[in-house]
Design a binder for this molecule. Structure first.
Ligand SMILES: Nc1nc2c(ncn2[C@@H]2O[C@H](COP(=O)(O)OP(=O)(O)O)[C@@H](O)[C@H]2O)c(=O)[nH]1
Ligand SMILES: Nc1ncnc2c1ncn2[C@@H]1O[C@H](COP(=O)(O)OP(=O)(O)O)[C@@H](O)[C@H]1O
Length: 217
């Protein structure tokens, strides 16, 4: 699980989690991060929910039926899984392990239940970021603007938002998504700072020893 940083110091890969009430902007911010941050790979979840217009199999989700999802659970293929809005969602284990061992960081768009499970399994490698909408009105407007869910589904998502929101204090960082560029800059700063943390940079001892030898000459 190692990656060379830009300064050549080897470090462990990290698991970068974005959670929020539905519609607060996780998907938007994830796409921006993936475009601009080399070395970051998206964990594509499996879900039993229906595909939305514009979604692509294998890019947004692996769309599976319930028996297939249950089989994945039984065979230990999921790193974590949970029921959200009456559908099942889970993180396939193999791609995450492969990315981390190839020295990549992995980005997760998962809910608080999945975040808790990941944190129990790999706490020091998990960075948890919670995205808040500026107001309930903005959240509702964003769900309508996205225009991908029926009014009934949007009502369900709004009522679940209160529940998702109640878990905000379990996260390491909180970003309020007023303006997408500002929110993105904040999320990107968190990733950059976390990549520099001493305890992840397992190559530091060797690097500093080398510096000391150079100074002693
Ligand atoms: N625990 C868990 N939650 C997931 C996973 N994939 C997606 N979710 C969460 O499921 C919720 C619903 O996702 P989705 O149906 O795509 O709607 P969205 O909230 O508008 O993005 C969101 O809170 C996601 O973060 C997963 O693999 N595990
Ligand atoms: N800062 C923002 N201001 C206005 N609209 C936004 C902002 N961030 C995201 N949106 C829009 O809100 C809708 C929901 O965002 P999305 O990223 O799909 O949320 P989530 O993945 O959290 O459900 C999308 O139409 C997106 O373009």
């Amino acid at each position: 699980m190692t990656a060379a940083g830009f300064d050549g110091v080897e470090r462990r890969g990290l698991m970068f989690v974005l959670s929020s009430p539905s519609g607060a902007g996780k998907t938007t911010l994830s796409r921006m991060l993936l475009e601009r941050e080399p070395g970051l790979k998206m964990s594509v979840s499996a879900t039993t929910r229906a595909m939305r217009p514009g979604e692509v199999e294998g890019r947004d989700y692996y769309f599976v039926d319930k028996p297939k999802f249950e089989q994945m659970v039984e065979q230990g293929e999921l790193l974590e899984w949970a029921t959200v809005f009456d559908n099942l969602y889970g993180t396939p284990r193999a791609p995450v392990e492969a990315a981390l061992s190839a020295g990549q960081d992995v980005l997760f768009d998962i809910d608080w239940q999945g975040t808790q499970q990941l944190h129990q399994k790999a706490s020091i490698d998990v960075v948890r970021v919670f995205i808040l909408p500026p107001s309930a009105d903005d959240l509702e407007k964003r769900l309508h603007t996205r225009a991908q869910d029926s009014d009934e589904v949007i009502r369900g998502r709004m009522s679940r938002a209160t529940h998702e929101l109640s878990h905000w204090a379990e996260y390491d960082y909180i970003v309020v998504n007023h303006n997408v560029d500002d929110a993105f800059a904040e999320v990107q700063s968190i990733l950059k700072a976390e990549r520099l943390k001493r305890e992840r940079r397992i190559g530091l001892t060797e690097f500093v020893r080398k510096l000391q030898r150079q100074l002693e000459k």
